[in-house]
Design a protein around this ligand. Structure first.
Ligand SMILES: *Cc1c(COP(=O)(O)O)cnc(C)c1O
Length: 378
């Protein structure tokens, strides 16, 4: 009997498929010979990168590029110092990642493995099963709230508790969640933290926190003092428009940060990205502008979709997921031919939903008219 290369991959790998990202603009241009494309597929900031980051990048190219033959600071001292001040937390409690996805993976490598399980919601972020199965852990998917619930397709935290057992290593919660846009009330998260066994690590993924209304936003920083098993993850990809640079981070207890840092690649965040992230933290104007514009555009986009009979999930993020009432992948394909890239959700087991990033007012109008064209042709 000969063993194939594929047989050598561990069982967790066989349960995985390669993550399919939002279609790149250049791919579509090439395929369709289109010159102008609107991409609303990956929850990127429609206003680009924070101006302070662009200035920092230009200054780095002028004055700092001579250092690129050096390794970056593996401890990320300068960026951690700024984050520590921002969050009023000790530097020893911050872990930097090559995007927050990196931190999710590091967490899985420390707290999951064969015999352990990861608990997360149905319709949650696709990266949770990837990082869990990659280390051969079991994945336990908690059925989401029903379509008729107050928070349709949202996380059912009571259901989470039923899925946790002695072998649970990590619980992943996203609020707001991608791809649904749904969120959890702060007191619901707090009650959950009180109920979860203290040895279970809970990752609270706050990639879209900045897009939440003030009244809905949890003070997860305060919870870190009470729950040493809590890891809060944040990213520079969304609100700061730095998805291409890859910087994210985790806040946790010093004990958890120490464990995670043991498996971190020594130079996981590059020099340019750290430099830009430092500059981003000073650009409050861009954050406020992005947040406020998103709230206005999100409301008007939802209204337009509802007016077309397309029911929207509640969203506190920078995207809206809506029910097309029919298979959504053909609509996605037809919209591509109109030069508009959105996200079909069949891979999330939501085959009749599309997810659209809230764009600029102009982009949203182009999206809506493409949608009208496509729907009229059905
Ligand atoms: C976009 C997103 C992130 C951010 O990932 P990065 O690696 O920081 O770019 C994290 N979690 C969720 C749920 C997201 O949608």
């Amino acid at each position: 009997m000969s063993i194939t290369i594929s047989d050598q991959a561990h069982a967790g790998i066989h349960g995985l498929h390669t993550y399919v990202p939002g279609k790149p603009i250049e791919d579509l241009k090439r395929e369709l010979g289109l010159s102008s494309i609107v991409k609303l597929a990956s929850n990127e900031n429609p206003f680009g990168t924070a101006p302070a980051v662009k200035r920092a990048l230009a200054a780095f190219a002028r004055d700092g590029a001579g250092d690129l033959h050096r390794y970056p600071d593996g401890n990320g001292f300068a960026l951690k110092q700024k984050l520590a001040a921002r969050h009023d937390i000790e530097m020893s409690r911050i872990t930097l990642g090559n995007g927050s996805n990196d931190v999710l993976e590091l967490t899985a490598r420390v707290f999951l493995g064969p015999g352990k399980n990861a608990v997360f919601s149905q319709y949650a972020f696709a990266v949770y099963p990837i990082v869990a199965r990659a280390v051969n852990a079991e994945t336990r998917v908690v059925p989401a709230l029903g379509a008729e619930a107050d928070m349709p397709y949202g996380h059912d935290l009571d259901g989470f508790l039923d899925h946790i057992d002695d072998n649970t290593g990590v619980v992943f919660i996203a609020s707001p969640n991608n791809p649904t846009g749904t969120w959890l009330a702060p007191d619901a998260i707090e009650s959950f933290m009180d109920a979860v066994p203290k040895g279970v690590v809970v990752v609270l993924d706050e990639a879209y926190l900045e897009y939440q209304a003030d009244s809905e936003r949890p003070n997860s920083r305060a919870w870190l003092e009470r729950y040493p098993n809590l890891i809060v993850t944040r990213t520079f990809s969304k609100i700061y428009g730095m998805a291409g640079l890859r910087v994210g981070y985790a806040l946790s207890s010093a004990e958890v940060a120490d464990l995670i840092n043991r498996v971190r690649q020594p130079f996981n965040v590059n020099m340019v990205a750290m430099h830009c992230a430092e500059a981003a933290l000073a650009d409050d104007d861009f954050v406020v502008y992005s947040t406020e514009t998103n709230a206005v555009q999100r409301a008007s986009l939802a209204q337009e979709l509802e007016a077309r009979g397309l029911s929207c999930l509640p969203s506190q993020a920078n995207f809206i997921t809506f029910d097309c009432g029919r298979e959504s992948t053909p609509l996605f394909d037809a919209m591509l031919r109109e030069g508009v890239i959105v996200r079909p959700l069949a891979s999330y087991e939501m085959p009749e939903h599309l997810r659209v990033t809230v764009g600029s007012e102009t982009e949203n109008q182009i999206f809506l008219s493409a949608l009208d064209t496509v729907l009229a042709a059905q």
